[in-house]
Write a protein that binds this ligand. Structure first.
Ligand code: 48H
Length: 256
């Protein structure tokens, strides 16, 4: 015999328990694309209480779509060890260029992050941040369906020592801080510098070099790093996204 109300209670209790526990975290990550998932894996694996909010139903951001909807990604030599770490299979296409299935890559990143202990909430949008005397102290979230239906429903707040903006091209969290905090960002102009046109080689290096603090306690990784600090885009090569996710985790772990 199967009792439907037991199914309901199991889902509600299990989900709400995790949500309640995540109201205070060490690190909150906005965005579950490759860089955010990778960061959540390394932070959780090292014992950091890590919560990730993803607006969409499914994780992976721009990764599952590969290049022009061909579900393949390319990863360069420098990031090959990350493919091994996540158990993502690949083939060498030309020396130094590895091609992988983008669906397998997305699934592997998600699986490893959750099993390492990251608490991942999909269908939730970060619509604001908490700022205290010029540092970020957490995020303000609402159901993505509320945002999509344009309903006037107040959000709730989640606190953390660090927030990571992994929202990709739109760099949404940093944009909120820029618009509302009243203080300059830690960029050359004090504002979002803006993403530049495609130049894969420069862009891949730029992502890693600019994975850093953009405002006190707010770090950027992945495509958001290029958008915030003014780097080019790179197309469907994903090594920089993975390396940036790992790097932001390392930087946060070194933070006093
Ligand atoms: C909650 C949000 C919010 C919000 C957005 O775009 P992503 O895949 O980001 P990255 O940086 O990990 O990877 C970038 C890569 O996919 C890419 O676009 C590349 C390599 N482009 C190169 C090129 O030339 O175009 O993922 C960001 C995620 C998405 O899933 C969004 O839904 C989510 O963030 N998101 N989640 N609250 N306010 N904003």
């Amino acid at each position: 015999m199967i009792e439907e109300t037991i199914i309901s209670k199991a889902i509600i209790e299990s989900y709400l328990g995790e949500l309640l526990d995540s109201v205070e975290s060490d690190v909150i990550i906005g965005g579950g694309g490759p860089s955010g998932l990778c960061a959540s894996y390394y932070l959780s694996k090292s014992g950091y209480k890590t919560t990730l909010f993803e607006r969409a139903l499914k994780l992976g951001g721009g990764m599952p779509g590969g290049g022009v909807m061909f579900n393949r990604i390319v990863v360069q030599n420098e990031a090959r060890e990350l493919l091994d770490e996540f158990g993502i299979r690949y083939k060498e296409y030309k020396p130094g260029y590895y091609v992988a299935n983008s669906l397998e890559a997305t699934a592997a990143l998600t699986d490893k992050a959750i099993k390492a202990g990251a608490k991942i909430f999909n269908l939730m949008t970060i619509e604001d941040v908490m700022v205290r005397d010029r540092f970020v102290a957490g995020v303000v979230i609402n159901w993505s369906s509320v945002e999509m239906a344009n309903l006037h429903i107040d959000p709730i707040s989640f606190k953390s020592k660090v927030v990571i903006d992994a929202t990709g091209h739109p760099c949404e969290i940093t944009r909120i801080v820029e618009n509302k905090s009243g203080g300059p960002l830690l960029t050359p102009s004090g504002k979002i510098e803006g993403e530049k046109s495609m130049w894969a080689e420069v862009a891949e290096r730029f992502t890693i070099d600019n994975t850093k603090e953009a405002y006190p306690n707010l770090y950027v990784c992945g495509m958001a790093a290029n958008a915030v600090f003014g780097g080019p885009r790179m197309g469907p090569i994903f090594g920089g996204m993975l390396l940036s996710g790992k790097r932001v985790a390392e930087i946060v772990m070194k933070k006093p």
